[in-house]
Design a protein around this ligand. Sequence first.
Ligand SMILES: Cc1ncc(C[n+]2csc(CCOP(=O)(O)OP(=O)(O)O)c2C)c(N)n1
Ligand SMILES: [Mg+2]
Length: 623
Amino acid sequence: MARLTVAQAIVAWLPNQYVERDGRRERFFGGVFGIFGHGIVAGIGEALETAQHEVRYYQARNEQAMVHTAAAFAKQSRRLRTFACTTSIGPGATNLATGAANATVNRLPVLLLPGDRFATRRVKPVLQQLERPEAGDISANDVLRPVSRYFDRIERPEMLTDALGQAMRVLTSPADTGAVTLALPQDVQAEAWDWPDELFGQRIWVVPRQRPDAGSLAAAADLIAGAERPMLVVGGGVVYSEAETVLDRFVRRFGIPFTETQAGKGALAWDHPLNMGAIGSTGGSAGNAVAHDADVVIAVGTRLSDFPTMSWSAWQHPGVRFVAVNVAELDAVKAAALPLVGDARATLDELTAALEARAYAGAPASRREELERLRSSWQDEVSRVLHLSADSHVSQPEVIRLVNEGLGEDGIVVCAAGGLPGDMHKLWRPATPGSYHMEYGNSTMGYEIAGGLGVAMAEPDRRIHVMVGDGSYLMLANELVTARQEGIGLTVILLDNHGYRCIRNLSGACGADNPFNDFRARDAASGTFTGEVLPIDFAANAASLGATVFRAESPGELETALRAAREVTDRPAVIVVETNPEPGVPSYDSWWDVPVAEVSESAAVRAAREQYELDLRKERTFV
Ligand SMILES: Cc1ncc(C[n+]2csc(CCOP(=O)(O)OP(=O)(O)O)c2C)c(N)n1
Ligand SMILES: [Mg+2]
């Protein structure tokens, strides 16, 4: 028996949790991020201080940001590692919500430990306690319920051991993982209890490789063997499952072309002979052409959201059928797919064997030639677009090319929101596996720098390059301070185009010409926005947070700055580059369902609505 407080027990338990997959064992928690307040400082704070040598504490600037750091660390570690994040009650806890949603949408494990009001309600309301007239048992932490995959409130010490076990079950479950919240009432944190010694012994959580149902596998093999134009969609599940080699063998063996979602991009080489590139609303010409005519779609490890499916208009073959390989039943049954509920690697292995048993020879030579034509003309187009330059300043495709070229063998690019993800999905050429880290499940502005920090912590020997728009930077850049504190060298490329440009473009596509998305001064007299660009000195801002700063006005200067930034190894380096939004990257027979106003005084909106109604006809439902 060990007599410890609830908080001390949690902190003693954390470093003894290990995960194991394929015989490889990793310590699950890299440490604890936290910002303290009265709701946690004397509980978890005291415990962390005492246990400094066993559990490393990291200070953050913003609770949302620290969850992004933890989630990015988990994503880059293929979900086999993460951080715990602890906060005070009230605003500290509710600030976790966006980070938690981001982790849950992207199916990434993070453990959240917010403080909570008194369990005894002896003193009520305490500072920052939310009171509701209709219920006594609600606290602000309840906002974390819908964005968590598991939620519990530890109202008594006896509840802890079960809750910790349930938390680890969910965190290490490939199908169920996401944010896990254990809300910790502040009086309970400080309460002492006699814990069984086994609670603090090494505990190994095996991450299983689930195998699909045999009958469904046979049916899927029959369907694929009978297909004339099969294709495959590579999602993030391929990466999390480390299925790259098995996938490579599968597609080569049968000559099946594949396309990439944002999370699946980079699983196989960009110049792989069967890589048709990006698919969907941010897809390219080859990916979207292959999808258009496919009769059987093997979707591996993808949530089949509106982007890769082009709002379910990507597949136009009248009889198209789906085979969905996914650990999560939720995803495996979408689009009336034949569900193969299982781990990507194990399932592709079994599918290969099943097709070989049917003596399936794969695609005929004529199809392989057609695919090669599509692939090489798409790659020619990518090369053309990457060299589009602007009349003044630097174009966004040019920035993408220069950062891609400057990344080197050890580089990793991190990005999340704005116009960059769509362009990078099409244009980026990942040089090495794991070098394209895109958060596009939630596309959270502000993930970029905080996430870049998490990636750097997961891969300390690789150079992280964060691509961030000016809007995203303004939303959440303060983890530059944390990078400085931790002595982490990473390069941030800040693309300043004076506003929320991608939303301006989207609003234009919906017929509007609104001035709400540019960073412009407001005229005091008329109340309207003027043409005057707001004077924001991003370089001074980044420098004030402890970064080494470079300014790049031309492609040549950007190249030089990228090289110089790499030499900054003990703190963040920020390169501010003003970009010209023209020329932009074309879209390739792609569409995204964003409803346009059905009635409007504007002729442009009415025209956009007319086009929208035509486009809607391509949208399909599969039942
Ligand atoms: C937290 C959050 N708020 C709002 C949005 C909606 N949104 C998506 S991109 C974007 C603008 C991003 O601006 P910037 O980072 O400058 O990139 P740009 O569009 O200029 O490329 C907005 C507002 C979002 N994705 N995340
Ligand atoms: Mg911008």
